[in-house]
Design a protein around this ligand. Structure first.
Ligand SMILES: Cc1cc2nc3c(=O)[nH]c(=O)nc-3n(C[C@H](O)[C@H](O)[C@H](O)COP(=O)(O)OP(=O)(O)OC[C@H]3O[C@@H](n4cnc5c(N)ncnc54)[C@H](O)[C@@H]3O)c2cc1C
Length: 397
């Protein structure tokens, strides 16, 4: 079952996409097949990184992009699923990605210049995490100090940053000169930006590691996103839209492995295996249902995030954790069905497992996301609001 076949039965759940938009997804799917055939081996990190960036540019120049209007987030979510079905490393092969923060919050002239660059395939990274812990963004210490002519000078260190060597700029979360958390755009070619590349155990497609800012000058009139002190708001609004895209990519990867395992089992049956055991059939059926259900939830979350629904952030946090967990569990359950062959380092199953492990941390570590969701679901303490438990007690009395 190829990746598009997973989407076909979901058409009626995505009324925002018309026939042209579905045809564009089909063309995108075909292009992915062609390009992916030429992918360098994952072990060759340098070749792989430049191939991925080249792929992004090639897809952009061939016009593979989401339509404008309400179909945009739906198309992008499904495109991420199709990309993930080939390889989780393709998670940034189309779309604005983290550049969406620039398009939404940068001054108009800066946003418009970046729109052209992103449309042409350039990539923007995000630098938020620090040594004190990525799950505590409120505690960041990267500091901007006021300098001559109203410039800001940035000093600090960001860690575990993805797209480290490929991004043309980074949306960087800092403390502004008044100590508030703000988001600024930092050009990647500034000589005061230092990078330390670290070898990851999965998700090795893009460069990954440490980004140091050494008294790096920026002009806040151009580089500041939103207003001073709006960093947290920008972060949360962005991740409400971005996390469903990450989730769809992970689910695509699980669907890709599902298809591969199903093909191998079908080939064994056709080659004369007396029967496919029930445990294999049950796993195929259950994981198909789980991946489909999670994808439908993800589409809903993308839709709500684009509409600015007040619950979108909550659904995106919980949906990312639960959706990526679903994908990781599906691959874990499917892997043994084809035996040791899938344990070879070069096998797509081995790669998918290692890559998905990275997504358990990237874009929000899962215990933190679930915990933060739990806090939201509990609501804030309301001393004056009669509790439901109290009213139940009164009724019984
Ligand atoms: C492949 C990959 C790509 C990434 N890409 C980027 C990127 O592009 N840009 C970027 O900025 N970051 C990136 N990250 C970092 C990622 O966002 C962080 O790993 C994530 O936010 C968790 O932060 P942390 O690793 O520092 O863990 P921590 O925040 O240190 O959390 C580790 C554990 O400690 C727990 N914990 C936190 N506080 C407490 C407490 N008070 N008591 C007890 N336990 C606690 C957490 O819940 C968690 O279980 C990436 C990470 C990976 C693995």
């Amino acid at each position: 079952m190829n990746a598009l076949a997973w989407l076909e039965p979901l058409r009626s759940s995505v009324p925002e996409l018309d026939t042209d938009a579905w045809a564009a997804l089909e063309r995108f799917d075909t292009a992915l097949d062609e390009f992916h055939r030429a992918s360098p081996v994952p072990e060759d990190a340098a070749a792989r990184s430049s191939w991925l960036l080249g792929l992004r540019h090639d897809l952009a120049s061939a016009g593979h992009r989401a339509p404008s209007g309400p179909g945009r987030p739906m198309w992008q979510t499904l495109a991420q699923f199709l990309a993930g079905a080939r390889d989780l490393d393709l998670r940034d092969c189309t779309g604005a990605g983290h550049g969406a923060m620039v398009l939404t919050h940068a001054p108009a002239a800066v946003a418009s210049a970046w729109e052209q660059r992103l449309l042409a395939g350039d990539l923007i990274g995000i630098a938020a995490t620090e040594r004190r812990g990525g799950s505590r963004i409120r505690e960041i210490t990267t500091q901007a100090r006021l300098s001559n002519g109203g410039q800001w000078r940035l000093t600090g260190e960001k860690c575990w940053v993805s797209r480290l060597t490929e991004a043309a700029a980074f949306v960087t979360f800092i403390r502004d000169p008044d100590g508030r958390i703000s988001a600024v755009l930092v050009g990647a070619d500034d000589p005061r930006l230092e990078r330390d590349v670290i070898e990851p155990s999965g998700l090795g497609g893009w460069g990954w590691g440490v980004l140091r800012l050494h008294d790096l000058p920026i002009n806040p009139a151009e580089a500041l996103l939103g207003t001073p002190g709006s960093g947290l708001e920008i972060f949360h609004q962005h991740f409400a839209r971005f996390r469903p895209l990450v989730t769809a990519t992970a689910l695509g990867t699980a669907a890709g492995i599902h298809g591969l395992v199903a093909d191998i089992l079908a080939a064994r049956r056709d080659a004369g295996l007396p029967r496919i055991r029930d445990n294999a059939l049950i796993t195929l059926g259950r994981t198909h249902a789980e991946i489909t259900a999670a994808l439908l939830t993800t589409l809903t979350t993308s839709r709500l995030a684009a509409a600015g629904h007040p619950q979108a952030g909550l659904l995106a946090r919980l949906g990312k954790a639960a959706g990526v967990d679903t994908a990781a569990r599906a691959i874990s359950d499917l892997a043994p069905l084809i035996g040791a062959a899938g344990y070879r380092r070069s096998h797509p199953i081995a790669k998918a497992r290692a890559d998905l492990t990275g997504l358990l941390y990237a874009d929000g570590i899962h215990d933190s996301l679930y915990r933060s969701g739990g806090i939201s679901l509990l609501g804030s303490p309301a001393k004056n609001r009669p509790s439901r438990l109290a009213s139940v007690a009164c009724t019984r009395a």
